[in-house]
Design a protein around this ligand. Structure first.
Ligand SMILES: [Zn+2]
Ligand SMILES: [Zn+2]
Length: 175
């Protein structure tokens, strides 16, 4: 049994609240420096202030670090999952990140850890690729762009080259 019913949200300091709400506004992960730039007007001056707030928010499970992007995201469901395993699907086109958990993968990782005497403290899986929205946009653009270009005009022997030949002497005639 887990110590389940201590669901009181942690008391956040002013800086932690600012950093968390800045992250919650973002659809993509934000770096500490991007957060600092956003929060300068609110009185945050040094990167360490942002990092200190982030450390605590991560500890509380309200924020995750996306290692491969060296950035941070607000947890998508802070009251919902135990953070045994966190999976991020990261779109390399638009930077959108979807967070989810997967108990089957988690069980396998825990099983391996147990069998190998490894004490797992955290597990994060980061998937890189293209989100459904960007995929649809690319497919749409390809379909639209491909139609006219499907077949190049068949070679028309004499007519077209003649037009170009008429312009050529003028250009060549320049000293
Ligand atoms: Zn989370
Ligand atoms: Zn995308």
């Amino acid at each position: 049994m887990s110590p389940a019913t201590h669901t009181h949200p942690p008391e956040l300091t002013r800086h932690q609240t600012l950093v968390l709400s800045a992250l919650a506004r973002e659809e993509s992960p934000a770096s500490a420096y991007a957060l600092l730039a956003q929060l300068q007007a609110d009185g945050l001056r040094a990167p360490q202030q942002v990092y200190r707030a982030l450390d605590k928010l991560i500890e509380y499970g309200l924020v995750h670090r996306v290692e491969t992007m060296n950035s941070f995201v607000a947890c998508a469901h802070p009251h919902d999952h135990q953070h045994g395993l966190v999976v991020f699907a990261i779109c390399d086109q638009c930077g959108r990140v979807d967070e989810f958990s997967d108990t089957a993968i988690e069980r396998r990782l825990k099983g391996w850890s147990k069998d190998n005497g490894f004490r797992m403290s955290a597990a994060t899986v980061e998937l890189h690729g293209q989100c459904a929205r960007c995929d649809a946009a690319v497919a749409g653009a390809a379909a639209a762009g491909a139609a006219p270009a499907v077949k190049a005009a068949p070679a028309e022997p004499a007519a077209k080259p003649a037009r170009r030949a008429r312009q050529a002497p003028a250009a060549a005639g320049q000293p």
